[in-house]
Design a protein around this ligand. Sequence first.
Ligand SMILES: *Cc1c(COP(=O)(O)O)cnc(C)c1O
Length: 228
Amino acid sequence: MTIAQSITAIRSQIEEYCHECKRNPKNVLLLAVSKTKPASDIATAYQAGLRHFGENYCQEALLKQQKLGAYDITWHFIGPIQSNKTKLIAQYFSWVHSVDSLRIAKRLSEQRPDNLPPLNICLQVNVSGEQSKSGISLEELPALCSAVAALPRLKLRGVMAIPAPQDDYEQQRLPYKILAQAVVNLNRPELDTFSYGMTDDLKAAITEGATIVRIGTALFGSREELSR
Ligand SMILES: *Cc1c(COP(=O)(O)O)cnc(C)c1O
């Protein structure tokens, strides 16, 4: 399949899954995860209609942004954040999905340039409680939400999760359901974003209320995973 065909296929899957759970597909943003893929793939996806792209590695993303300066792309940072990268992230992205400490959030707020709108933020929550994964625990969510919401140059939008991989559909739904309930309990109606779901758990994520789905493999093919 070409990238354009993959986009059509994913779009129709999103529509089908939304239809099954009576959601409006307009409320699910397709974020194309282009990490490790060349700028030319992004250009192809752009020409096929995509405008939102997600990258995990700052340096790699900035090189692609330079090449694609003429394109009207909204860039999302979705990878682990090192504190020495916050300045560039605050400058060159519109969204950050992977905030998991107040220290990083404060740096992003301080370093967000004044001429840009506030940086859109999702807090990454480690719902499955895996030791090695980044993300805060559910218990830490209320306090971090309050603290981040008070930072002047950030706009807290919602939560992001990368649950432990599961083959079973019901098992895939569970962490998203738990996190959605935790967000309801926060009683913050301004939180409108659930960054849920990748290639292998798209249906479960949409059923549980994903508003941004982060899709890489199904759009661009498998990645040569580099160790960094
Ligand atoms: C790589 C990555 C994705 C995309 O995963 P696929 O399984 O290729 O769709 C989504 N979210 C994050 C945070 C990623 O690092």
